[in-house]
Design a protein around this ligand. Structure first.
Ligand SMILES: [Zn+2]
Length: 208
């Protein structure tokens, strides 16, 4: 890690305070930077998604599940606006995982508390006969399709440009909502080229 990167990350860590109090806010995140890691016992639930299904079940704490339900509604609304229907699935790279933050080994990852989700994309079914597509929806997107953070975040032409618009609109709406995620990381953050990392750590970092 360069000094500039270390400084940038340190600066990001002390951004504005967070919204309401969550039970896990009181838990220390400091861990030994090396050796076998012990994650605190946190009660986890299996969650498949209430408004939009996740491609495979998540293991998260109950407070984070409540945040995910709000997240699904924002995904739903944004997709309606851009594609005329909601995705059938949210694809992800994992939720619970007892580990350290890669760039900050003296900190426990929020994944170790079931307090984080890595979203890699969205799966859409074909446009239904009764669903109204926006007038400018490309014909190809009336069939089923997938949106992936990598490469669609960088899309500049054709359907890829529309996917990029959807992903950017979605993250803007999520950042504007103080009652969903506190940490929102994406391709602008080291190691996040192919996914959005969302969590509810007791600090706020936005770097998408
Ligand atoms: Zn993550």
């Amino acid at each position: 890690m360069t000094w500039l990167m270390a400084f940038t990350l340190l600066f990001a860590r002390v951004q504005e305070p967070v919204d309401t109090h969550l039970a896990l806010d009181d838990l220390a995140r400091i861990v030994e930077p090396t050796g076998k890691i012990q994650c605190p016992k946190v009660e986890l639930v299996n969650y498949r998604g209430d408004f939009i299904r996740y491609a495979s079940p998540l293991h998260v704490n109950a407070e984070f599940r409540a945040r995910l339900r709000r997240f699904e509604l924002v995904v739903h609304q944004t997709a309606m606006d851009v594609y005329g229907r909601a995705p059938t699935q949210i694809t992800h790279l994992g939720s619970f995982n007892c580990r350290r933050i890669r760039l900050w080994p003296e900190y426990l990852s929020e994944h170790g508390l079931g307090n984080a989700l890595d979203v890699s994309g969205f799966v859409f079914g074909p446009l239904g006969r009764r669903q109204n597509a926006p007038a400018d929806l490309p014909k190809a997107l009336k069939r089923g399709f997938r949106v992936r953070i990598d490469p669609d975040w960088q899309g500049t032409e054709g359907v890829a440009a529309l996917h990029a618009k959807f992903l950017r609109e979605l993250t803007q709406r999520l950042v504007a909502r103080q009652d969903i995620f506190r940490v929102l990381l994406g391709p602008a953050y080291p190691g996040h080229k192919n996914h959005f990392h969302f969590d509810c750590a007791p600090w706020r970092i936005v770097e998408i």
